[in-house]
Design a protein around this ligand. Structure first.
Ligand code: ACM
Length: 665
């Protein structure tokens, strides 16, 4: 007997399925499930099912017991963009998965992985009937292996994370100013000379990643970012350069606006050879050529290139000023022809959009929603990344709010069909391979849900966070290191001291938002190590978020209501306990911070956290005794909170906003 969604315990699933109906029965997991699958099944499906069964119940090979029956219509390769629809049914007798394609089975297994519950030490699967399919076909994660090289093991762990939340496109940013991270056999200096560290993926390693991704139903789209972001190319092969300068491997993070020369035929000969090699290596039909952040200065300052632009009539409406965008479009058209010859579909960042760009080029929007809509209106397939930049350290809620097709989309039905989906993006200027995962997970899962689940079913932000916490734990069991790596870093920093006080501070810190780390008097280069307290701080503080939720529930109550105190007692007590912990923490932590040179820069934040805690305690007393704050108290609170907002060591206290709210400021 199946019941409707609401009556049963809250689901743990993320992303939420399109349709689910919960029953009252259970399938106990005390006996191993027996896999029932066609003998000739796709090896990827068999392997995925076996991985799941091992995690569910250990490696036992049962001969009898409840059955996990898997049926599907046809084997699909992820790059075919095939259907991912599936149904998954759990009854007290067993589990059945049905899907038109093997891809659908992989998605069903990811759902099944999130279903087990535990009650009185008994694990079981709740009875449920799920019918599911994605809202968008393209649900990506961009990994930047150019700024910091990310070893194959790191890529694989992230692929496991992606599969768990049904992300299906790895956008592999392989080249940038600071490095060319993939082996070219034709132009080997690219990978050996282009970076300061000389790290790159061999072609064998690339194939290994492709196979690992394909086995999880994930497509891999490589990005070769040109014509700008290309210092590494020019260092290796100076014949590609525009300006008459000499270049060394680039060690800083700020954009260079160095660009390769689009006016020489030798540039196209080079690209043609390179892309012959690279398009053969990557099976996906999509091929990303970047195109972002080329301000054209390299071209405008080179007389030879300016003369070319004039000769070709590449000038603005005034008839005089050369127009770098026209030259960029000319370049794109040449590259597009090269890729089309090899059966590839070109993708570029939104800067490449212009009236003369052929419509089949996919536009990836990063500078704002407007470029997504503009491109779709011009007839381009589009991807949304604006709002999904994980490296900006915004909250999961803010990414969740970004919808490629919100109810008020200005796009017509036909234009909406051009919206392929979107991609979370993890640029790696401020993340090395050790802390990378903590900057991606679990927030990328919120993007995954936004792109998979029905719009109408995904309005409840607190519930998203509840499930995000569960997914975060799931990811840890899958081997991701988003929790372990920061914890290890804290251990290193604490040395022989007790780690707990340092953790209490780190838990309420976040790195400064956006790209402010560039502008706070600390110089980052490719040689900087990411082993300071700011690197162990979460991108989004869970402790601060919970503090904020408590504050919200307390201020939502009118202190004039007769049942205010009893109703808020639990929240008030929790807030008080939290504030007392922060206050006491500073006493213990301050000596460690001031005596350890690698932590000293964070001493002011501990002091300020204690000051915020003191203010919070005073405010709680006011609330509980019905006293209104005096103007003098309010002024002092404001001063303390303003001071607490100032970052130190490129980290900031994440609790200030909620404390302000509690103070009524
Ligand atoms: C970009 O963030 N420059 C695409």
């Amino acid at each position: 007997m199946l019941l409707s969604t609401i009556s049963v315990a809250q689901p743990s699933l993320l992303p939420l399925p399109a349709e689910m109906h919960w029953g009252q029965g259970r399938l106990p997991l005390n006996k191993p499930l027996k896999l029932q699958l066609d003998a000739v099944a796709d090896p990827a499906v068999r392997a995925a099912a076996q991985r799941l069964l091992t995690r569910l119940q250990g490696p036992a090979e049962p001969t009898a017991g409840p059955v996990l029956q898997i049926r599907y219509g046809r084997v699909s390769l992820p790059e075919k963009f095939d259907e991912e629809r599936y149904s998954l049914r759990v009854t007290p007798m067993g589990v059945s998965i049905d899907a038109p394609t093997s891809l659908g089975v992989l998605r069903a297994l990811a759902t099944l992985e999130q279903l087990p519950r535990t009650e009185k030490k008994q694990r079981y699967l709740p009875e449920v009937d799920i019918r599911d399919q994605p809202r968008f076909a393209w649900r990506g994660l961009l990994l930047d292996a150019a700024r910091h090289f990310m070893p194959v093991a790191v890529i694989k762990r992230n692929l496991d994370g992606m599969a768990a939340v049904k992300l299906n496109v790895l956008h592999w940013h392989l080249t940038d100013d600071q490095g060319f991270r993939i082996e070219s056999k034709v132009f080997p200096r690219l990978q050996t000379a282009g970076s300061t560290d000389g790290l790159y993926y061999t072609q064998a390693e690339v194939r290994e990643v492709l196979a690992y991704a394909a086995a999880r139903g994930i497509r891999v789209v490589p990005e070769f970012d040109i014509p700008s972001h290309s210092t590494s190319w020019i260092v290796a092969y100076p014949r590609l350069k525009s300006a008459d300068s000499t270049y060394a491997p680039y060690k800083l993070w700020r954009t260079t606006n160095v660009a390769i020369d689009p006016t020489r035929e030798t540039t196209y000969t080079f690209l043609d050879s390179l892309f012959t090699e690279m398009t053969a290596l990557f099976p996906d039909p999509y091929f990303h050529v970047g195109g972002d952040e080329n301000d054209g200065r390299n071209w405008r300052r080179t007389p030879r290139i300016v003369a070319y632009m004039r000769a070709q009539g590449m000038v603005k409406a005034d008839g005089k000023t050369v127009d770098k965008h026209q030259l960029h479009t000319y370049f794109n058209r040449r590259v597009l022809a090269m890729l089309q010859k090899r059966g590839k579909i070109m993708i570029g960042w939104d800067e490449i959009l212009g009236p003369d760009l052929p419509r089949e080029t996919v536009i990836q929007s990063w500078r704002g929603k407007k470029t997504l809509n503009d491109a779709a209106k011009l007839g381009h397939p589009v991807l949304l990344s604006s709002g999904y930049y994980l490296d900006l350290n915004y909250s999961a809620a803010s990414s969740y709010a970004a919808d490629p097709l919100p109810p008020d989309t200005p796009l017509t039905t036909a234009e909406q069909r051009l919206v392929l989906g979107g991609e979370a993006a993890m640029w790696a200027e401020f993340a090395d391979s050790t802390i990378l995962e903590s900057r991606i997970w679990p927030r990328a899962a919120a993007v995954a849900e936004r792109l998979w689940s029905p719009q109408a079913a995904t309005q409840d932000v607190p519930d998203m966070y509840r499930r995000l916490t569960l997914v975060s734990a799931e990811l840890e069991t899958l081997g991701l290191r988003h929790r372990r790596a920061p914890e290890l870093l804290l251990k290193q920093l604490a040395g022989s001291s007790n780690i707990a006080p340092l953790r209490t501070l780190a838990e309420v810190l976040e790195p400064v938002k956006e790209y402010k780390r560039h502008f706070q008097g600390y110089t980052y280069t490719t040689e900087t190590r990411y082993n300071r307290l700011v690197d162990a701080a979460p991108a989004e503080s869970e402790v601060a978020r919970r503090f904020g939720t408590l504050v919200d529930s307390v201020v939502a109550f009118k202190p004039t209501s007769p049942n205010w105190l009893p109703a808020s007692a639990r929240q008030l007590a929790a807030l008080r306990a939290q504030a007392l912990r922060w206050q006491a923490n500073d006493v213990v932590l301050q000596p460690m911070l001031t005596s350890n040179p690698s932590l000293t820069e964070y001493a002011p934040l501990s002091t300020k956290l204690a000051a915020v805690a003191t203010m919070v305690l005073e405010r709680l007393t006011q609330l509980q005794t019905g006293q209104a704050p005096t103007p003098a108290w309010l002024a002092a609170a404001r001063t303390a909170l303003d001071a607490a907002q100032a970052p130190a060591g490129q980290a900031e206290l994440a609790v200030v906003k909620a404390a302000r709210k509690l103070a009524g400021l």
